[in-house]
Design a protein around this ligand. Structure first.
Ligand code: CS2
Length: 440
């Protein structure tokens, strides 16, 4: 049985890559299985192990709900409990693919250079100890064991929302090897592929209401169901080192160049999502479908999408308007109850991929830009959380709290928080606008 190791087993993976793989298996041929890896917390393992890794995928469109039974994982390993088992699973010759969803922050990318932040305390500590803790660390150690044991090929698919995610991960692996004095350059060049990919499906966090619904409707007392929309998309660059499930027979598109699809998704869907989250929370909304029904916010989203569309490669320009219409419809799905707070988390990293590239592409043209407003709403949102003493869900939250405590004025705090997003932004206009939003 060929296998996939998935690093970062969470809801998105269970509604996306796992769903495609289970459907590909249902066509016959090789039955693929997935070993899930949780890097830190045992929560998912503890919920799924007692139910033999079965779970319910609840597919909610506006007027219909489907309950699909999922069983595709053979086990879930918790890396912080058993590092060797994870390295061994990556090195296992039956493993042909490693997929990852560890969130944007899980890669430890230095915002200024785009390379691995090898000086960050987490990465520096694991390299010093020669013990992997991060996703990239596990990959490098797994690849080293793989090369030493048998040298079979491996395809590594980064399924996080980063532009050029495959190439980014490949360069992070090289940076890690350089910092850890591990040399696998020849093996990587010949036998390991890092295709770029675009993944898309809206997947809210699991709520108690969903658990109750699944129990009521299916009779299965599922500790960890996951809900999602009917829409799903996966585009993968045709760059595989070895075999793969029959993904292309179940709707996955394999193409030569993924970048236009990635940029379209990141700047239109994810960009609009981040604006909806910050503007929506500032306006007192809780869910995406509520924010998009708010006329003022809807107009902002339309403007941002129109702006972002002009920055896309020409091959996806023509389809952009239909793509945006479909997005509005997806955002408006009232059955999903997608929390804005879930999207607002980690904004300091997400905005650099979703909003800042649009801003820098259009800045020179002058004029008012909705991308600027999106930054101002983010800044206002962070300041409001800090002012209220509420927790800021962001990898830079400690810095924000320190800045807020030490700043002599709201203006100064705003300026320093903004520079954590991007020190090259000319602060005055953003700060003034954010304070204006806050004062309303
Ligand atoms: C969202 C994404 O939470 C977020 O930041 O923008 O998770 C989004 O729902 C997915 O990328 C949709 O494919």
């Amino acid at each position: 049985m060929p296998g996939i190791v998935h690093l970062g087993i969470g809801n998105f993976h269970r509604a996306h890559q796992a769903w495609y793989t289970q459907r590909a298996n249902a066509l016959g041929g090789d039955a693929w299985h997935i070993t899930g890896v949780s890097l830190r917390r045992p929560t998912m393992r503890d919920a799924m192990e007692p139910q033999d890794y079965r779970y319910t995928l609840v597919i909610k469109s506006r007027d219909a709900t489907r309950y699909e039974r999922m069983k595709i994982h053979d086990t879930i390993l918790v890396a912080s409990e058993d590092r060797e088992a994870v390295v061994a699973r990556i090195a296992d010759p039956r493993t042909a693919i490693v997929t990852l969803t560890v969130t944007e922050k899980g890669y430890h990318i230095d915002g200024e250079t785009g390379r691995l932040n090898a000086a960050s305390p987490e990465i520096a500590a694991e390299i010093a100890a020669s013990v992997p803790r991060s996703a990239v660390g596990f990959l490098v150690h797994g690849l080293r064991a793989r090369q030493a044991d048998h040298g079979e090929p491996l395809t590594v698919i980064c399924c996080d929302n980063l532009a050029g995610n495959g190439r980014v991960l490949q360069s992070l692996v090289h940076d890690y090897m350089a910092a850890a004095a591990i040399d696998l350059t020849g093996y990587l060049a010949e036998r390991v592929a890092f295709p770029n990919t675009m993944v898309d499906r809206i997947v809210p966090a699991t709520s108690d209401a969903l658990r109750d619904e699944v129990q009521r409707e299916t009779g299965f007392s599922d500790a960890s169901p996951v809900s999602t929309e009917a829409f799903s998309e996966w585009v993968i660059e045709d760059r595989f080192a070895g075999s793969r499930p029959a993904w292309d027979a179940v709707g996955v598109t394999i193409v030569k160049d993924v970048v236009p699809f990635e940029l379209r998704k990141l700047r239109l869907l994810n960009g609009a999502h981040s604006l909806l989250a910050c503007a929506g929370l500032m306006a007192g909304h809780r869910y995406v479908h509520e924010a998009i029904a708010d006329r003022a916010i809807r107009e902002r989203v339309d403007r941002l999408m129109a702006e972002a569309a002009t920055t896309l490669p020409s091959s996806v320009q023509d389809s952009a308007s239909a793509y945006c219409d479909a997005l509005i419809d997806r955002f408006a799905n009232p059955a999903l109850n997608h929390e804005l707070a879930q999207i607002a988390a980690d904004g300091s990293i997400k905005l650099s991929v979703r909003i800042l590239p649009v801003l820098s592409a259009l800045e020179a043209s002058g004029g008012e830009l909705e991308a600027k407003e999106a930054v101002a709403f983010w800044l206002a949102f962070i300041l409001r959380q800090l002012e209220a003493g509420r927790e800021v869900a962001d990898p830079k939250s400690e810095r924000f709290v320190r800045i807020y405590a030490e700043a002599g004025s709201q203006q100064a705090a705003a300026k320093d928080v903004l520079s954590c997003l991007d020190p090259t932004l000319v602060a005055d206009k953003f700060v003034e606008r954010a304070l204006d939003i806050l004062s309303r």
